[in-house]
Design a protein around this ligand. Structure first.
Ligand code: GDP
Ligand code: MG
Length: 218
């Protein structure tokens, strides 16, 4: 009973700070995308592929969430965009207060498109609003086509599912139609884009999705 109450308090507090983040981002004209997936699905690879294309159109910033190490932040910083690292020290997701501190460390006037690379985990990140405008989840086809049913919240809470690593399709038994069908049973308006961060297939479609989302606003 006690544990449940603590959980609810934490979540209520998170909602409050997420609202503040959303207002802060709006005030500075920043559009924010929260990228979520299991570890290794390709979040950093997607950013590395996409940022050079986006840099022509947007002032891009990235908040990198990692359990430990700043390796991803270093990979992204090499692309010449603003990066802020959050090391969660073992916490399995980013939360609104971590992002709040990071937003204050950023010069938001110099940013108009901000990505949050969440900690690799298909469960906890979906429970924490960070104040983002869109939620995007990656499912790599090496993870199995049964994931939507096993981790429903992540699929319900996202606006876009990216099916990544499609270059490996001939080597893995991943039924794309089944995975998409089961994800849309959970979320009938979920957009889907098939991508390979290795070959670049589908990356243009993803950039167009971002442009449409930014135009539509938060
Ligand atoms: N074959 C293939 N490998 C990929 C693709 N995207 C990412 N990877 C590899 O998957 C591993 C994990 O990628 P990473 O971007 O670090 O995943 P993250 O943990 O979600 O940030 C790396 O070895 C990448 O090179 C892809 O589209 N195809
Ligand atoms: Mg990463």
């Amino acid at each position: 009973m006690h544990e449940i109450r603590v959980g609810e308090d934490l979540r209520g507090k998170n909602e409050e700070i997420a609202r503040e983040n959303r207002e802060l981002l709006k005030k500075h004209g920043v559009f924010a995308i929260n990228l979520m997936s299991a570890p290794g699905a390709g979040k950093t690879s997607l950013l590395v592929r996409t940022i050079p294309l986006l840099k022509e159109k947007f002032a891009v910033g990235v908040i990198e969430g990692d359990l430990q190490t700043s390796r991803d932040a270093e990979r992204v910083a090499e692309l010449g965009v603003k990066v802020h690292q959050i090391e969660t020290g073992g916490v399995c997701h980013l939360d609104a207060s971590m992002v709040h501190s990071a937003l204050h460390a950023f010069d938001l006037e110099g940013v108009d498109l901000l990505f949050f690379e969440n900690v690799g985990n298909l469960v906890c990140p979906a429970e924490f609003d960070l104040g983002e405008d869109r939620r995007v989840m990656l499912l790599s086809i090496t993870e199995g086509d049964d994931k939507p049913k096993k981790y429903p919240l992540m699929f319900m809470e996202s606006q876009l599912m990216i099916l990544n690593k499609i270059d490996l399709a001939e080597f893995v038994d991943f039924d794309m139609e089944k995975a998409i069908g089961e994800a849309r049973d959970l979320n009938s308006v979920l957009d889907v884009i098939r991508i390979s961060c290795k070959t670049g297939d589908g990356v243009d479609e993803w950039v167009e999705w971002i442009e449409r989302a930014v135009k539509a606003g938060g």
